[in-house]
Write a protein that binds this ligand. Sequence first.
Ligand code: PEP
Ligand code: MG
Length: 784
Amino acid sequence: MLTTLRRIVLEFSQEAELQNALERMVYNVKKAMKTDCCSIYLADYHQQHFLLMASDGLAKTSVGETSIGFSEGLVGLVGQREEPLNIADAQQHQDYMHAPEVEEDDFNAFLGTPIIHQRKVLGILAIQQKESRHYTENDEAFLVTLSAQLASALANAEVKNLLSHQQQKNQGVKQLHGIAGAPGIALSEIIVCQPQADLAAVSLKKSPDSQKQLLRFEQAVEKTRIEFDVLSSQLSEAIDDDSLAIFDVYKQLLEQASLGHEVAAKISKGWRADSALKLVIEHYISQFEAIEDSYFRERASDIRDLGTRLLVNIQQQAKEELELPKEFILLAQDVSASLVAQYQHQGLLGIISLTGSNNSHAAILARSLGLPAIMGVNALVLGQLHQQQAIIDGYSGELFINPDEGLIREYQYLLSQEKALTDKVMEVAQLPCITQDGRAIEVLLNAGLSAGFEHSAKLGALGIGLYRTEIPFMNRNCFPSEQEQTQLYRKVLQVFPKHGVTMRTLDVGGDKSLPYFPINEENPFLGWRGIRITLDHPEIFLVQVRAMLRANQGLNNLEIMLPMISGVEEIDEANRLINQAFFELKAELTKDITTELMSASNEDGHLTLQQAQKKAQAVSAKLVRPKIGIMLEVPSVIFQMEALAKRVDFFSVGSNDLTQYLLAVDRNNSQVANLYDAFHPAVLNALNSIAKQSAQYLTPISLCGELASQPAGAILLLAMGFDKISMNGHNVPRIKWVIRHISFEQAQNILDKTLTLTTAKEVHSYLNEQLEVLGLGGFIRAGY
Ligand code: PEP
Ligand code: MG
């Protein structure tokens, strides 16, 4: 049964046209379930009805014509209840609705299941039979499983279809929703970047230049063939001859006489190289997968592998030919922070990522660059959006493809208001961050996610609250040396010579991995991450701390912060290592300076060894042990504040991780993004408790997560008593503007009321309303 199920889903997703896919699917299901009829209805939320889209058993003339209201008939009932309905004699059921045009009078048994994607009913899959009987539990389980699997493919296909219709007609706006990843608006052309070759994501397109496409394919074949030669010679010592033979099979498949020949034939019929490859490879795969013999089914994965390798090389050439327009919106399957950094100076206006969530590091970086971003738009087919006009509204998470004139004018107006607001907030950039009744809160900068943050120093921040050191570790082939790190940290410390700069020790693991230090874990966010890694690898930790200490010489503005602390032992161990680094470095410095002084005095002998040592000690005495603080981001710390406070100089809350760990919601997973919310009452109460306890134990408290850069978040943190908040440069003047426009008393009233609310939804609507009342609505939506 599992094979049948897989085959039906695969065949469905491989069809380029939605209508063909639906027809094929109902035919397959009817056959597999040995029943008399199978039909699929899709929900139309504008019309509030289910439309019969395909049927094998009902009158052909009713397909595309017959619709059933959301609250009508058995189909409507399945949609309303959101559960399967299994009836032996449908015509006797009180909700049965007679529709003569579908010609179902002979059918009695009915089994319908809803097709639900992300809590939304997309359609109904129903089977019917003449014989009056209840379908078996196995039948029901099969249909439910199939519907669940079809759901995402259908969500995909739905959009695919709508878009291709749109392209044909070249009219009509398509509106899609994602997660509001970074606020702001962008109007521009979409450029699709496909870093991961994925045959399923290739949209079928024709090209007027078959010669060019053929050349592209031939070059990709040649490159792939060379790659196989290299691979097989590299592996020849490590694996046996039988395993090596697979490369010969691949190479044979590439020959013009077989698979290569078929792709070339499709290209000469006008298909683009990638489309032709997709058609041929997917045809082969479905043929192999349809065979019940496991040996042949395995060969399907070989074909897929070969196809993907070829696609990489085809796309590589296409990418080399890709010319970026002056301004564009970047769209990719999985936009990473480094992809954003790569394009940030090339006309990048906004970001759309099919995966990820609003706390993925790409979204955090987008916010720091002031670029709007929409994350987790998970029902898109990449290729079809390339070079299409779009509007992204990063406040609401709305994406408009092919906007009409009216919509463009409306958003151009909102964009001009955005620009005016950005200019206006700059008026307060250099003024103190102080409420109207004189309460101050320091606003600091978060840096490190991208190079070149120096310009942010002009935006009015009082130092760096969080310098993420992991990014400089990422774009490399090995760990940076102590000297390289020293140079880098020195530059960072010099940006704010008169203010504190808090550098966080390496926080890799979770969603930040190093290419040269792979970590493979089932559950990375709960695994080997942050301080856990560096304490297990003191050699990495010690080098980093020594580099920070060296960089700090003479500047003395460094503060060191430890990430992912979950208990006191970790601090004790880290403190021990920091002391070790400090005293070793001091001794080394004394020795080095002594040697230098002695060799300089060798010529005239004006210094004795003792005198030189004394001078050297005086210099190395200037090496300062910096303040040490910890991130509060693992919930266990909330219950150990007193013990922690005794061991550190300051606390800084990492609200991004604290939210994910307190609510048990992966911060990167778009599937559960609706549950990830730093304004959840549990998180706000935890923050309030942290602020109170920090004051009780006389330990300075700041917050460096994304919550601080949200106007309502900053107001609440001010009222809770946080001493400092840190955020990306773009938001520094904005948050100053917000704080300068309220009184501490107003902030306290808002906090008091907020803490009485019991759901995140209530919190948001109350806070949004308050921001509007305060005349600060322009910071949370387009236009003001
Ligand atoms: C946090 O967790 O809030 C934080 C600031 O660190 P990061 O986002 O790098 O995990
Ligand atoms: Mg964190």
